[in-house]
Design a protein around this ligand. Structure first.
Ligand SMILES: [Mg+2]
Length: 386
């Protein structure tokens, strides 16, 4: 049995504003635009504004007519992102498996962490308190054996809620949930269900799998057959791993000076290699990007049988790719690696291990000095030496 926790900040943007600006507290606050903004929609509103029937995605005009004395502001995305980062920064303290769903929402797989807490209530309260101390804001939390139920639970008792669904409570809990709360059931599906006299969870459960597939098709039929029984096998998937690392530069003046371009590519290859090794990754593909004066842009890539992570290999492959491109004044040059993995695959023929060791030593020095202090001779290009 898994323990999945869903966390959702309460009226997030509005809560941040009310926290930062005491004059907004206990007042209907609507984020989305100024009162006179003609085409705006409500992004978030405070709980005080919800009492007037205002909700997200409502046209601002309508919100103004519902609550003319409300406070209407455009919002400060950078500030919300900053608070979001504070929240996400503390979540790994509770579980290594954190899946961000949006700026203010996440799943945590707490399976195996249960014994750190007195009980599930204590687990939820501990996380809620940590967020409150860090940001001054309240979160609602749901804890259940799977993602679907955990998300339903966090939504059940907002704001500042904590709802726990234990395995033996699943049936009782689900029967009170309206069909529209089922993930994947929008207006269209609800209408189809209604036409088939399915108006409640109870009635949905009475349908055979065959019948649901007949009504809704294979995928949705199967999906709803499982959901209405509280079955959801989806895993908590931590943030997508890095897929590529790249670096590019736009020159002040277009250039077709081969030595200059070579030195620039070398500097960038070192930065790419440094970041690659910092994340303990290996690459199989090197890509370059060239944009000419006329903005025509071309990319080239080369994929290897083995993995690399050293600057020299990245540079050499990139430079070879570059030399295959007809030379003309260049405006932008970039190099990157992709096809990344955490496993090293050695080449049968070269001295990858040795070059990796050299790169490691250089990285240690560079990390210590915080900037790329030591580089190999090639990048110390100086025009006067020509
Ligand atoms: Mg929220």
């Amino acid at each position: 049995m898994r323990t999945i926790l869903h966390l959702d900040m309460d009226a997030f943007f509005a809560a941040v504003e009310q926290h930062d600006n005491p004059e907004y507290r206990n007042k209907p606050l609507i984020i989305g635009g100024r009162k006179d903004s003609p085409r705006g929609v409500v992004s978030t509103c405070s709980y005080e504004a919800r009492k007037y029937g205002i909700h997200s995605a409502m046209p601002l005009k309508r919100a103004v007519s519902l609550c003319p004395h409300g406070i209407f502001i455009p919002g400060r995305m950078t500030r919300y992102q900053e608070v979001s980062q504070q929240i996400f920064a503390i979540l790994p303290e509770f579980s290594p498996l954190v899946e961000p769903l949006s700026i203010d929402e996440a799943f945590l797989d707490m399976t195996g962490c249960e014994h750190f807490y007195k009980d599930l209530y204590d687990m939820g309260m501990t996380i809620k308190k940590a967020i409150k101390i860090k940001t001054g804001l309240t979160a609602s939390i749901g804890i259940a054996p799977n993602k679907f139920l955990a998300k339903l639970a966090s939504d059940w008792n907002k704001p500042d809620g904590l709802t726990i669904i234990r395995p033996e409570q699943i049936d009782e809990f689900l029967l009170q949930v309206p069909l529209g709360k089922l993930w994947g059931v929008g207006d269209k599906t609800k209408q189809i269900l209604r036409q088939n006299r399915i108006n409640s969870m109870q009635e949905l459960r009475q349908q055979s799998l065959d019948n649901l597939i007949k009504i809704l098709g294979n995928s949705l039929g199967n999906h709803l057959y499982q959901l209405c029984r509280g079955i959801d096998h989806r895993q908590v998937e931590p943030e997508a791993p890095v897929k590529s690392i790249s670096q590019e530069i736009t020159f002040e003046k277009d250039s077709k000076d081969l030595e200059f371009l070579k030195s620039q590519l070398a500097v960038m290859a070192e930065k790419v290699g440094f970041r690659l090794r910092q994340q303990k990754l290996y690459a199989r593909t090197v890509n370059i990007k060239v944009r000419f004066s006329d903005f025509k842009t071309i990319t080239r890539s080369h994929t290897l049988e083995y993995t690399i992570s050293d600057n020299d290999s990245i540079f050499n492959i990139g430079w070879n790719l570059f030399l295959q491109i007809p030379l003309a004044p260049i405006r932008l040059l970039g190099i990157g690696v992709s096809n990344l993995s955490v496993n090293q695959q050695l080449s049968l023929f070269d001295n990858t291990v040795e070059t990796n060791k050299l790169a490691e030593v250089l990285d240690k020095i560079n990390t210590r000095y915080q900037n790329i202090a030591i580089t190999k001779g090639r990048t110390l290009f100086n025009k006067d030496e020509q």
